[in-house]
Design a protein around this ligand. Sequence first.
Ligand SMILES: NC(=O)c1ccc[n+]([C@@H]2O[C@H](COP(=O)([O-])OP(=O)(O)OC[C@H]3O[C@@H](n4cnc5c(N)ncnc54)[C@H](OP(=O)(O)O)[C@@H]3O)[C@@H](O)[C@H]2O)c1
Length: 274
Amino acid sequence: MRNWVLITGCSTGIGRALVPLCRASGWGVVATARRVESLADLPAGEDLRLLALDVADADSIARAAAACADLRFKALVNNAGYGQVGPLELLRAEELRAQFETNVVGLHQVTNAFLPLLRREPGARILQVASMLGRLSIPLGGAYNASKHAVVALAESLRLEVGREVAVVLVEPGAIRTAFRDSLPLVWGDLPQRSRGTRYEPVIAGYLESRKGQAERYAMDASACAAKLLRALNARRPPRRLVIGWDARWVGRLKAVLPAAWWEALLRRMYGLG
Ligand SMILES: NC(=O)c1ccc[n+]([C@@H]2O[C@H](COP(=O)([O-])OP(=O)(O)OC[C@H]3O[C@@H](n4cnc5c(N)ncnc54)[C@H](OP(=O)(O)O)[C@@H]3O)[C@@H](O)[C@H]2O)c1
């Protein structure tokens, strides 16, 4: 009998890249996405189940958990998430709530729905995908930064509570080349209009271009990132933290050694807030 892993957010990016790697390594994969049609091009097989799963919808989570009850369910990868952009003073409460609903509450609810299945299997594990922005904060990403800091806190508490039965791995990637940055404008809503006439208007205009440029120059390939998640899935003793990418490893260290005023001046300059 094969072991099964459920991955959230497999329509694109890291989640999508992880599906074939897990299958090639002998895992059965429950690949999930909000729109199950987005998974239709995955090659069919006995080692693949496709499920609709919107992590911001409790009924959808409960249905997915019920559909996995017959599996030897050994791992969960909480990967789904998105980035809400916007300076905090222009950010609406509902935008902040929606960001937490997916990145934090969704991850929490999926975890709780699958914990009973994971507990049945010795050596089971949960990979909680946070970000290097769960340890430090950048301007214009306050909502996302806060959500990923919350994921770090939840993972650390969960490990203390259940870590002896189910390993909890905190995944902290730096910049990864995925659809993540392309999807940023989708959640902008009327932010460009809201920023008109404010000091943020030119900052927001330049934001996407510079982020995309930086990411294309320095980001890690999604498959290389997924390969690191696979190692944690296969490891006899899974790591507590999986810090992925040179930026995730070094930027935090730079922040720790620089005087706070220098660090802030650097970020303001980078984002045109000088
Ligand atoms: N790319 C980076 O530089 C980077 C860095 C650090 C951390 N991360 C984290 O890595 C994870 C994966 O992101 P990615 O880079 O692979 O970006 P991506 O290509 O945009 O993939 C994100 C996935 O999450 C899904 N998703 C969003 N909201 C969802 C919901 N309510 N329910 C279910 N699925 C939902 C998306 O599905 P739809 O197609 O339905 O929208 C998509 O499949 C995220 O948690 C992200 O925060 C990314």
